[in-house]
Design a protein around this ligand. Structure first.
Ligand code: ADP
Length: 551
């Protein structure tokens, strides 16, 4: 460990030597072998002349001293080198370039296991020192362990969220017999999550945030925060951003904006269920229902009602605008108002659940892919031929062909639902976690079809991503926590928009789509380049240097 600490900085042990390392080694090697040779000659002479070996001259004493000194030096040098090779991480080569990172990501497309991380040595987790519990807390821990105080009641009982977390954590360690060292407790505002973000906290998980960009989108440059532990993901997205920037930027449009909630109600007959459907779809009734719905919030505005009938059961999908909130709470409140109103009109209606899965939240569902949920965004860019060659290291024809065979045909063969892309969910998840979105909504938010087309006589590339269900907000939920709020601030979309309610969350949705566009470009290029090399190897082995063709 000591060796590691001394040698892991920028300085090397050899820096302390008066000569360069190779010269020092050379001097000691020469000395060592010279004195060994000299002593062996002397030894042979003594044996021949019958002189006892322990009778030594001054020159022999000097030779023995030099022998010992050089022996100790060489032993030390090779010993340290050997230990170093066992415990020190392999330093990255200075000349490691994007290609390797991108190729690693390519292999890692469908997996969360990071090849870069896998290659790194295991990091020793150093837990922040935790103060020993004060005596009065020790008593509370015992009561929690014995079940006299419920763990969930600690916050309300103590009125101090950090203290509650610390006591709960200690009680948990004692009851499970497992250590939580490595899961930090300090450095987090537990008051901020009370009653809205997380119950019964015992600490927090750290996720690194990397920056991809600048992403030039609709004339503005954004630095995109990505919280991820997947090696190469940020590097790859960054390369895509570089290609977009060098080509003059991307353009986006939010063409639909509405959060949905669909309760399920039941009647005694299918006929009655159908009567409610007709009532809800009657344009004359929409105004009344909107008034009822909208009275629940300053921002929630009913846009549409769509029904699906299954026998005696009716699924009513309400869509409403939600300002800068992602809007699940808001739409649920509005729907509850409408249901209360409907019961007075249809007293035989039985409300089975405020959510009947026709919404559809956090599950793959065609209704979101077709109808949209949250923000529906389309984002496009024209990538110039020289950028495809120089930055993305492939060519337009290869990209277009791969997109057709992989993202369109391959996904069709797989029976994909909204998954006509290379890795939209990688980028969506990382940006969602960084900016305090609900990462579980990654399921439908990652619905994306990536299109690629050769334009300008086949020279340049038109690339687009169409994402119908980006569910994001800049107020509410995790967005108000310090770290997530800082990331929103970096993008200039923190909190509620003062000018146009909803414009911050819509802008965030376009940034998500723009980042996905960058991620798609980069990964598809890495795959295309790899394929090109392989197919040239197979079908055109006579070509001189196939790697040159792909780079
Ligand atoms: P969600 O509906 O996404 O779960 P919340 O209900 O937690 O979000 O947060 C929305 C809250 O923020 C509501 O109480 C709403 O009145 C308030 N709010 C303030 N400004 C805005 C805004 N510009 N857009 C939407 N909601 C806003």
């Amino acid at each position: 460990m000591a060796v590691k600490m001394q040698l892991s900085g920028k300085e090397k042990a050899s820096d302390a030597l008066p000569l360069p390392l190779y010269l020092t080694n050379g001097v000691f090697f020469t000395l060592f072998f010279s004195v060994v040779y000299f002593l062996l000659l002397r030894w042979r002479e003594k044996i021949r002349n019958s002189v006892p070996l322990h009778v030594v001259t001054l020159s022999e004493i000097s030779a023995i001293v030099v022998f010992l000194a050089s022996f100790i030096y060489l032993l030390g040098f090779f010993g340290i080198s050997f230990v170093q090779s066992l415990i020190l991480p392999r330093a990255p080569h200075d000349d490691e370039d994007d290609d390797i990172l991108i190729d690693d990501l390519m292999l890692n497309e469908d997996s969360r296991t990071a090849p870069c991380a896998a290659a790194a040595p295991p990091t020793k987790i150093v837990a922040a020192p935790i103060e020993p519990l004060p005596e009065e807390d020790e008593e509370i821990v015992k009561s929690v362990v014995q079940g006299k105080i419920p763990s969930y009641a600690l916050e309300s009982k103590l009125g101090d969220c950090r203290r509650a977390a610390s006591i709960r954590r200690e009680a948990l360690q004692r009851t499970t017999g497992k250590s939580l060292a490595g899961l930090p407790l300090e450095g987090f505002n537990y008051e901020a999550i009370l009653g809205q973000c997380c119950e019964m906290p015992v600490g927090y998980v750290q996720i690194p945030v990397g920056i991809a960009g600048p992403l030039l989108l609709d004339g503005v440059e954004y630095s995109v925060p990505m919280a991820t532990t997947e090696g190469c993901l940020v590097a790859s997205t960054n390369r895509g951003c570089k290609a977009i920037l060098a080509s003059g930027g991307a353009t986006s449009t939010v063409h639909r904006d509405g959060m949905t909630r669909a309760p399920v109600v039941r009647f005694g007959s299918a006929k009655r269920a159908a009567e409610l459907k007709l009532f809800l779809e009657e344009p004359l009734n929409f105004e009344t229902l909107s008034l009822v719905f909208n009275s629940s919030s300053r921002f929630g505005r009913l846009q549409k009602i769509k029904c699906a009938i299954a026998g005696k059961n009716l699924y009513i999908r309400f869509t409403c605008s939600t300002g800068d909130a992602m809007g699940m709470n808001m739409v649920s409140k509005g729907v509850q108002n409408v249901l209360d109103f409907l019961v007075s009109q249809f007293p035989d209606m039985d409300v089975l659940g405020i959510s009947g899965n026709y919404c559809s939240d956090k599950k793959p569902a065609a209704v979101n892919w077709i109808e949209g949920r949250g923000k529906s965004v389309v984002c496009e860019a024209i990538i110039k031929e020289e950028v495809v060659t120089k930055v993305l290291k492939t060519n337009v024809a290869a990209l277009v062909e791969l997109n057709m065979l992989k993202n369109l045909t391959g996904s069709a063969m797989a029976g994909a639902l909204g998954g006509f892309n290379a890795h939209a969910s990688n980028i969506v998840s990382a940006v969602y976690i960084a900016t305090g979105q609900d990462p579980a909504q990654n399921v439908e938010s990652s619905h994306c079809i990536t299109m690629m087309e050769a334009i300008n006589g086949g020279k340049d590339l038109h690339v687009s991503v169409s994402m119908p269900s980006i569910e994001v907000g800049t107020v509410g939920g995790g967005t108000q926590l310090a770290s997530q709020s800082a990331c929103l601030n970096l993008l200039g979309v923190k909190g509620a928009s003062k000018e146009v309610p909803g414009s911050n969350s819509r802008l965030l949705a376009t940034i998500v789509a723009g980042s996905v566009l960058a991620g798609e470009l980069s990964l598809m290029s890495a795959i295309a380049a790899g394929q090109l090399v392989k197919s040239h190897m197979k079908y055109n082995r006579s070509s001189k240097d196939v790697t040159k063709l792909s780079t």
